[in-house]
Design a protein around this ligand. Structure first.
Ligand SMILES: NC(=O)c1ccc[n+]([C@@H]2O[C@H](COP(=O)([O-])OP(=O)(O)OC[C@H]3O[C@@H](n4cnc5c(N)ncnc54)[C@H](OP(=O)(O)O)[C@@H]3O)[C@@H](O)[C@H]2O)c1
Length: 160
């Protein structure tokens, strides 16, 4: 059974990924930044045809280490059979903007979320990832490669 956690799944690519996985019959856990956006996204997924019995949600705010740690504990307790983690949540940024028109503040805010936040999510999920065969897919921009976070799917091997 495929069970996937899609972060930042209240809109955009994350929402569509969660919906298509659900419509294909998979178990899906979504995350959103707040309780309200999580509840709205779960309602929308159900309205769009997702099977409520195979759907769950957890709050993950990439700017808030405690919410990330709490999510790790929730997944370990309730979804220890997680098989896929899709790190989708992140700041896409203004792709029309020339790189050098980006302010230092924007760059810092983006690195805080896309690099440190995503890194913390991977670490928080490690207790589960290490025990199950997990495919890890990170959608955040290619700049993350500088920090060792790659867009290429990574397969964790089950620990003995
Ligand atoms: N669209 C593209 O062409 C493209 C290209 C390369 C990479 N990507 C990457 O693919 C991912 C999705 O792209 P998209 O176009 O679907 O982006 P999007 O529509 O802007 O959605 C971004 C998602 O990430 C969440 N998010 C942002 N900051 C967060 C934070 N601090 N904590 C928790 N969640 C946060 C957003 O939640 P809120 O609703 O709460 O803001 C939203 O759910 C992004 O990581 C982006 O960098 C996109």
């Amino acid at each position: 059974m495929v069970k996937t956690l899609v972060t930042g799944a209240n809109r955009g690519i994350g929402y569509q990924t969660a919906l298509q996985l659900s419509l294909a019959g998979n178990e899906v856990i979504i995350s959103a930044r707040t309780e309200n956006s999580l509840a709205d996204a779960l309602d929308s997924l159900k309205n769009d045809g997702a099977d409520a019995s195979k759907l769950d949600g957890v709050v993950i705010n990439l700017n808030d280490s405690i919410s990330i740690e709490d999510a790790g504990k929730y997944i370990a307790k309730n979804h220890a059979d997680l098989t896929n983690l899709i790190n989708n949540a992140g700041i896409a940024g203004d792709m029309e903007k020339a790189p050098l028109d980006t302010s230092v503040e924007e760059l810092k805010a983006t690195i805080e979320v896309n690099v440190y936040g995503t890194f913390q999510v991977i670490k928080a999920m490690l207790p589960v990832i290490e025990k199950t065969m997990v495919k890890l897919l990170t959608l955040v921009p290619e700049t993350n490669r500088l920090f060792g976070i790659t867009q290429q799917p990574i397969e964790f091997q089950k620990s003995p």
